[in-house]
Design a protein around this ligand. Structure first.
Ligand code: PYC
Length: 404
């Protein structure tokens, strides 16, 4: 008999909701899927479901600018994201899915003395934690990216940069699909179009999750819902110190490849990379007002186009192909809120601002460990919600200057 090619499904079609799951993960993005995957893969906890109100990867995981990096300012952040980058480096092989991780190097440009000082601080912290980054001058910048004008001509001449060789870009949808497929293969039930509408609570614990498709009893709950974190936490009776903002980005029409590093300018509030399809992917800072309205603004397009053309005059005639917005959950110290809460079995992955996607694998590993063992891993202890009561903040503002 001739071999018949049977295409591999990404994951099983949605089934009925079971009456009960040991772990209910709310949010079918990279964090929720990674947590479910590592629960099953590392801890054998397989009675797990993902509840996603829309399609899988429809939230922040599908609406980011695909940048992966670990050059943070705080020791806590640099160590955490350093481990995330290391996991990303092996993820294609582990998940059997080409995630197109291109570690092309990441340059944060400095256009002032003050910016150079901040970069030097970041480089020192990074070095101490084994994260590869250093401050380089205009000649080295020119060698890495000859397309940039490093002369005195621009309004804001480039004085130096924080160079982070392991930084790069990845195919963000593929990360979601790969985690979903791998979690599904291990028995995790994935329920798209299943919206959480409330929680039943007793004795300080969540006992059941209410959804638009019925009620599910649960052992533990993980909320990985980015911009909707406060709403979901509120249903469980929990207040998170989070504000929700939109972040916008756009891509140009595809152009012949000419940029093979990621360029960020905190002073011009813009980051630029060229995708594997040739599009220039350009983003800016979050909008300062809080909103859930995902409508893009003309002022964003005008300002970010102007700033990117200042860096790359070659883009002057490039046409904008597509723009989008994503919701960002911003915490007061710009660091995540990760782990247990005062509701005993309700755990959160939240407060990511614009950093969430790059943390997906390490969030999955650490949250899965917490849920499976009941112990908070040391790596995420500094990011506990409790820090806002104990005044032990982890201020990551210096590494967030572009987009926050
Ligand atoms: O933190 O690298 C970053 C980033 C890029 C886009 C939004 N945030």
């Amino acid at each position: 008999m001739k071999d018949i090619f049977v295409p591999r499904r990404m994951w099983r079609p949605r089934g009925e909701l079971k009456r009960r799951y040991d772990v209910v993960v709310v949010g079918g993005g990279s964090h929720g899927l990674a947590t479910a995957y590592y629960l099953a893969q590392r801890h054998g906890v397989k009675d797990v479901c993902i509840l996603e109100k829309s399609y899988i990867g429809s939230g922040a995981s599908g609406r980011n600018t695909t940048i992966i990096r670990a050059n943070y300012r705080t020791p806590e952040g640099a160590e955490f994201y350093g481990q995330s980058v290391r996991l990303y480096e092996k993820l294609s092989q582990k998940l059997g899915f080409n995630l197109m991780f291109s570690q092309r190097g990441h340059l944060t440009l400095a256009h002032s003395d003050r910016a150079l000082v901040t970069m030097q601080e970041r480089a020192e912290v990074n070095k101490l934690l084994g994260v590869n980054s250093s401050v380089i001058g205009p000649a080295e910048i020119e060698a890495l990216c000859p397309q940039l004008d490093v002369s005195e001509r621009p309004t804001w001449p480039i004085m130096g940069a924080l160079y982070h060789p392991p930084g790069g870009i990845i195919r963000h949808d593929a990360v979601v699909w790969a985690f979903a497929r791998a979690a599904d293969e291990l028995g995790v039930d994935i329920h798209p179009y299943t919206e959480v509408t409330g929680f039943e609570r007793a004795n300080g614990r969540v006992t059941a999750v209410e959804t638009n498709r019925g009620r599910v009893e649960c052992g533990q709950v993980v909320s990985a819902t980015a911009g909707w974190s406060t709403l979901i936490a509120g249903m469980a009776g929990l207040r998170l110190p989070i504000t929700t903002h939109i972040l916008q980005a756009f891509v140009t029409e595809p152009l012949k490849p000419f940029l093979d590093v990621v360029i960020v300018s905190s002073q011009l509030h813009v980051y630029v990379s060229q995708t594997d399809r040739g599009e220039f992917l350009i983003g800016a800072e979050i909008e300062p007002y809080t909103t859930y309205c995902g409508t893009g603004t003309l002022s964003f397009l005008e300002i970010s186009a102007r700033h990117s053309i200042e860096l790359f005059p070659q883009l002057e005639r490039a046409k904008v192909l597509r723009t989008w917005t994503g919701l960002c959950d911003l915490s007061p110290d710009y660091s995540p809120i990760l782990g247990r809460t005062e509701v005993d079995n309700f755990h959160v992955s939240s407060g990511w601002g614009t950093y969430g996607f790059k943390a997906a694998p390490i969030v999955g590993v650490t949250l899965a460990e917490l849920v499976a063992t009941g112990k908070t891993p040391d790596l995420i202890a500094p990011f506990a919600l409790e820090r806002f009561h104990t005044d032990t903040l982890v201020s990551e503002l210096a590494a967030a200057a572009v987009s926050h």
